[in-house]
Design a protein around this ligand. Structure first.
Ligand SMILES: Cc1ncc(COP(=O)(O)O)c(C=O)c1O
Length: 309
């Protein structure tokens, strides 16, 4: 029996059948005078309700990769608080799939696991810590081969950091398709840009997508274009980025943003994830105040995550 035969014998259950995601995700209108005053309707696309463990864009990106892994161990990358690592670990537990998380920061190996990595480990993910310089070069072939060897995972199916490969981008196209005819502008927070790349491709002509990067650096236009080209052969849909709402960079915040998120949560009963969703909603309030959306515009904000306790 070849290793392929063995793999097929213990096929992973299909994620959509085994995990029963709530799709299409709910679309809810919220009444907020910071929008209504300017004649703008705000809708929340509640991707955070798709699945309790594969929250938001994690479902859309991971489901096609879980299928493609075809029972091989799944190896992926992330920082110490990565939502993507937690979702991958949970998927592994739910589907009986071996998972390996390559974590940025060799020094973390000697410290007690933080709550996020502890959750990954409790879900059965094997953690492999690497130094930051190697982590930066992880997409290069030789470095990756070395990492797989050191992690004893040479047979693994590899998913990049943030989960944004072509399968994931195509998976996110369904988010746009679910919003066809429902909004004029669809806004989403961006890390790697994979969700925006797919979302924009799924929208109908006349709709546009707006990305709010949470990382500093202004590199995402090229990145999203490259992701779309790899996934679809060319740039797709109408999309743009507004780089003004990263609050200093990834995981950076200010008392003002924190107060905004707390207030939004209590006004609308929405658990506001702080690393991405708070910056998106803050950006939309600001853009509306600036007159970026003509009266009569319907804006849908994609709620891509939920706070991690
Ligand atoms: C909650 C949340 N929202 C948005 C994003 C950004 O997604 P992307 O990396 O596809 O831009 C992430 C990162 O994966 C995330 O965890």
């Amino acid at each position: 029996m070849t290793s392929n035969d063995a793999r097929n014998e213990r096929e992973t259950p299909d994620p959509a059948t085994a995990l029963r995601p709530r799709l299409p995700s709910p679309l809810q209108e919220v009444v907020d005078d910071r929008f209504t005053r300017y004649g703008v309707r705000l809708l929340l696309k509640r991707d955070d309700l798709i699945h309790p463990d594969l929250v938001g864009n994690k479902w859309r990106k991971l489901a096609p990769n879980l299928r493609a892994a075809a029972a091989r161990p799944l190896l992926t990358f992330g920082g110490a608080y990565s939502n993507h690592l937690r979702a991958t670990a949970a998927a592994g537990r739910l589907l009986g799939l071996e998972t390996i998380g390559v974590v940025r920061g060799e020094e973390l190996a000697d410290r007690p696991l933080n709550p996020s990595l502890a959750r990954c480990s409790a879900d059965g993910m094997r953690l492999h810590f690497i130094d930051r310089s190697m982590y930066r070069h992880k997409a290069e072939r030789e470095t990756l081969t070395g990492i797989l060897r050191a992690a004893d995972a040479e047979e693994a199916y590899v998913v990049p950091e943030g989960g944004s490969n072509s399968l994931a981008v195509r998976g996110c196209r369904a988010l746009g398709e679910e919003l066809r005819g429902r909004a004029d502008v669809v806004a989403v927070a961006c890390g790697t840009g994979g969700t925006l790349a797919g979302l924009a491709a799924g929208l109908a002509p006349g709709q546009r997508a707006l990305g709010i990067p949470v990382l500093k650096g202004g590199f995402l236009t090229a990145e999203v274009t490259a992701l779309q080209t790899r996934a679809f052969g060319a740039r797709r849909g109408t999309w743009s980025l507004d780089d003004r709402f990263h609050f200093g960079g990834y995981a950076r915040t200010t008392p003002e943003l924190e107060a905004f998120a707390t207030d939004f949560a209590s006004r609308h009963g929405l658990p506001v994830e702080r690393l991405y969703v708070a910056k998106l909603l803050y950006g939309l309030v600001t853009l509306t105040r600036e007159g970026a959306f003509p009266r009569g515009t319907t804006v849908a904000a994609v709620i891509t995550g939920r706070p991690f306790p």
